[in-house]
Write a protein that binds this ligand. Sequence first.
Ligand code: URA
Length: 204
Amino acid sequence: MVPDEPAGVILDRLSSQITKCRRCTLWDGAKQGVPGEGNMNARVMFIGEAPGEQEDSLGRPFVGRAGKVLDSLLAGIGLSREDVFIANIVKHRPPGNRDPDPDEITACTPWLEQQIATIRPPLLVPLGRHATRYLLRRIGVEFVKITDISGTVFEGEPFGFPQKIIPSLHPAATLHNPLSREHLKEDFRKLGDLISEMENDARI
Ligand code: URA
């Protein structure tokens, strides 16, 4: 890496490296990599699990049914995709949308680490249990059930500088279980409150 290289240049280079990544075998069954996208100055970064079918076809994160849910949750707290950065812990689609396995997560997350180190968002929002487990482990926190800890604010230095982490249920949860919708809305209401608080603190 060249010192003081613009963030956009670094992110573009990471995207093309991710597309060619062969660190695990997922690329073999996928159409393409899905590096992530959004505002390179984002204060908030959303981190999902892995691309699904639509994402694999288009090379963009959260553009299928779960993405529609995410868009409407974002709109509910006054945010659009242009305000934030959206990525996944795993960059190639697992076959049949199965859960990513621990080796795949270990092989892939150095890409996410570099994206986070480049954007340096003060707030991380892991969506669902896989992204939450990965991020909370980096600050030494283990959990059993995502529903018990979503909406809770954690603080630490998961990537060597201070960040807040507020986990949420995964937007796809509402597609399988309509009861999750209220839980997810509540997670995003808490997220909206936290963002307002952080904006107020920044103004002081
Ligand atoms: N689910 C995810 O976790 N990520 C996506 O990009 C799409 C669906």
